[in-house]
Design a protein around this ligand. Structure first.
Ligand code: HEC
Ligand code: HEC
Ligand code: HEC
Ligand code: HEC
Length: 187
């Protein structure tokens, strides 16, 4: 019994170390993000496509692919990327789409986010890890968005301190800001 207790304690300490190093959460995260949008066997995927995907966009199957699903249209290829986006933010197509060329009230924020991701050369999963969950980078981005009043000023403001297409690498002004911050904190 005593021996058991000791074993449990050592185990829990080791567990805590692994947890706090972020190792475990990073592993779980990459597992989750490998999920595909359409699930199950071919028949289940067909069901999901016809009950959910096609109605959300208000289109026929042929909008995206041929009957055998061997050939994809331009929109079908776009849909593949959108499926990854939807998995990253943990939603269905109808979170944003409301029928043929129609959108929900998420359109504005989504369109801005799509542009931001493109501008910085990242995917949605750089910041989003499922519904309501942000990665560490996403949390930093959230702070930056609030401080920089992103909702009013838009994506361009981020280029004051970050380079385009460099996954949020700092530019020289950004480096200055970072050094000034470190100076203030006495680091
Ligand atoms: C908005 C685009 C879009 C529409 C509309 C659409 N699909 Fe799909 N469908 C896709 C994409 C993209 C895939 C492939 C996903 C992947 O590769 O993971 C797919 C996959 C499938 C698959 C699975 C193929 C396989 O080999 O696993 C079936 C079956 C299918 N679709 C049937 C349909 C049917 C039937 C309709 C019409 C009712 C339809 N789809 C409408 C985009 C669409
Ligand atoms: C977070 C919001 C959002 C989600 C979720 C979303 N979309 Fe989109 N989608 C958009 C926006 C905004 C556009 C239009 C801007 C653009 O084309 O980049 C668009 C455009 C598209 C287009 C191009 C339409 C055209 O007429 O050319 C396709 C196809 C598409 N989405 C498929 C999907 C599918 C399939 C899903 C679900 C797996 C999905 N989208 C989920 C926001 C979203
Ligand atoms: C640089 C980080 C970053 C990237 C990249 C990013 N997002 Fe976001 N997104 C955020 C933050 C931060 C929020 C605000 C979350 C909050 O308020 O808790 C947000 C919120 C959203 C929302 C509103 C919340 C909701 O679902 O109602 C949508 C929709 C969204 N993002 C879609 C996307 C899509 C689609 C992509 C990829 C094309 C994307 N985001 C890429 C950081 C990012
Ligand atoms: C005034 C300068 C400044 C502006 C403007 C700015 N950032 Fe940053 N950002 C920084 C600094 C400095 C860091 C580094 C913080 C650190 O390493 O502690 C950073 C880090 C980040 C990171 C983390 C990068 C990583 O590699 O971990 C993200 C994501 C980010 N910013 C998003 C944004 C977004 C989105 C905007 C626009 C809304 C923005 N930033 C605007 C200064 C800025």
């Amino acid at each position: 019994m005593g021996k058991n207790m000791k074993y449990i304690n050592i185990f829990s300490i080791a567990f805590l170390i692994v947890l706090s190093s972020g190792f475990l959460s990073a592993e779980q995260l990459s597992d989750e993000l490998q999920e595909t949008y359409l699930k199950g066997n071919r028949e289940e995927k067909r069901q999901q496509c016809s009950k959910e995907v096609a109605p959300a966009l208000g289109v026929e199957c042929s909008f995206c692919h041929n009957d055998e699903v061997t050939d994809f249209t331009k929109e079908g290829n776009k849909a593949k990327f959108m499926m990854r986006d939807a998995v990253a933010i943990g939603v269905k197509c109808n979170h944003c789409h409301a029928g043929k060329k129609q959108f929900t009230d998420k359109l504005e924020v989504a369109a801005k986010m799509i542009k931001l991701a493109e501008m910085m050369d990242v995917e949605c999963n750089y910041c989003h890890a499922g519904k309501g969950v942000l990665t560490n980078e996403g949390k930093t981005a959230k702070t930056a968005m609030i401080l920089q009043k992103w909702s009013e000023t838009g994506n361009k403001i981020c280029l004051d301190c970050h380079d385009k297409k460099k996954r949020f690498k700092l530019n020289s002004h950004g480096e200055e800001i970072l050094n000034a911050q470190k100076g203030l904190l006495g680091m």
